[in-house]
Design a protein around this ligand. Structure first.
Ligand code: NAD
Length: 254
C-alpha cells in the first residue's frame, strides 16, 4: 500500500523528560509524522504532545495509559485511530527495568516487569495491527535492549533481560506472520543510553569503565536511538523486517 502523506506513529512511554520515547516523538514530528504519546502520566503525555505539535506543526495526542491494562490500551488506540491521521507506526518503547539479581527477585517484581514490557507490548501491538490491516500498511518497532542479547546489561538483570529478549522473538514472529498484510516488524537494541531509566544509579567510575570498552568511545544519546527508530518506521524502511538494529556503539558485536 502507498505510504500516506501524513502518517501517524503511536509511541508508548514517550513522556519522560530525558527519555528515548520523547526524543523519538520529536524526531518523528520533525519528519512530518503525527504523533500519539501513551504514557502512565496523563499530564506529562499531554505536555509532550503539545510540545511536539507546537514545535513541528503536526497533529498530536497525549494520553494517560497503563499499557499493562488491556482495556485502557484498547480505548486509547481507538482514540488515536479516530482523532489522528492514518496510523502507520507503533513504537513499543515503554519499559521498566529490574536491577535485582535472579536469586533475589520476587514474584511480584518479576511479573510487573513482564506485565509492562511484554504483555503491554502485546496489547498495544494487537490493537494497532487491527488498524494496520485495514489499509495493508504498518510498521512495528520494539525497543529491546543489548541486555537481551548478552545476558543482562549494565543494569538490568534476569527479569529485564528476559522480557527484552521476548520482544526480539515477538518482532521476528510478527515479521513472518504479518508480512502478508503489508506490515513490517523490527527491533532496536540500545546499549547504554544516557536517560533516567537507571535513576542516576550509574556512577561516574562505572561510566568511565564502560567507555574504555566502547569502540565508538562515548555513551549513546536518545537521538542515536530515535534516528534508528525513524529509519525503521519510515518510507525507506520497507524492506527491513525481522531485523534487530544494535544501537550500542559497538559495546556488543555478535
Ligand atoms: P525512561 O524511564 O525515561 O522511559 C520509560 C517510559 O515508560 C517512562 O516515561 C514511563 O513512564 C513509561 N512507562 C513505564 N511503565 C509504563 C506503563 N505501564 N504504561 C505506560 N508507560 C509506562 O527510560 P528510557 O531509557 O527512555 O527507556 C525507553 C525504553 O528503552 C525502555 O523500554 C528501556 O528498557 C529501553 N532501553 C533503554 C536503555 C538505556 O540505556 N536507557 C537501553 C536499552 C533499552
Amino acid at each position: 500500500a502507498d505510504f500516506p502523506q501524513q502518517p501517524t506513529a503511536l509511541l508508548t512511554g514517550a513522556a519522560s523528560e530525558r527519555g528515548i520515547g520523547r526524543a523519538t516523538a520529536h524526531r518523528l514530528g520533525r519528519e512530518g509524522w503525527a504523533v500519539a504519546v501513551l504514557d502512565l502520566d496523563a499530564e506529562a503525555s499531554a505536555e509532550v504532545a503539545h510540545e511536539v505539535a507546537e514545535q513541528h506543526g503536526v497533529a498530536t495526542l497525549g494520553l494517560g495509559v497503563d499499557i499493562s491494562d488491556e482495556q485502557q490500551v484498547d480505548r486509547a488506540v481507538a482514540r488515536v485511530d479516530a482523532e489522528l491521521p492514518q496510523l502507520v507506526g507503533v513504537v513499543n518503547n515503554a519499559g521498566i527495568s529490574s536491577p535485582t539479581p535472579f536469586t533475589e527477585v520476587g514474584t511480584e517484581e518479576w511479573k510487573r516487569v513482564f506485565d509492562v514490557n511484554v504483555h503491554g507490548t502485546f496489547f498495544v501491538t494487537r490493537a494497532a495491527v487491527r488498524i494496520f490491516r485495514r489499509r495493508s500498511l504498518g510498521r512495528i518497532v520494539n525497543v529491546s535492549s543489548a541486555s537481551a542479547e548478552r545476558g543482562g546489561g549494565v543494569y538490568g538483570r534476569a527479569a529485564y533481560s528476559g522480557s527484552k529478549a521476548a520482544l526480539l522473538g515477538l518482532a521476528k514472529t510478527w515479521a513472518r506472520e504479518l508480512g502478508e498484510y503489508g506490515i513490517t516488524a523490527n527491533s532496536v537494541a540500545p546499549g547504554s543510553i544516557d536517560t533516567d531509566i537507571m535513576g542516576g544509579r550509574l556512577s561516574d567510575e562505572r561510566k568511565e569503565f564502560l567507555l574504555q570498552e566502547l569502540p565508538v568511545g562515548r555513551v549513546g544519546t536518545v537521538d542515536d536511538v530515535a534516528g534508528a527508530i525513524h529509519y525503521l518506521l519510515g518510507r525507506d524502511g520497507g524492506y527491513l523486517t525481522g531485523v534487530t538494529l544494535d544501537v550500542n556503539g559497538g559495546s556488543h558485536i555478535h
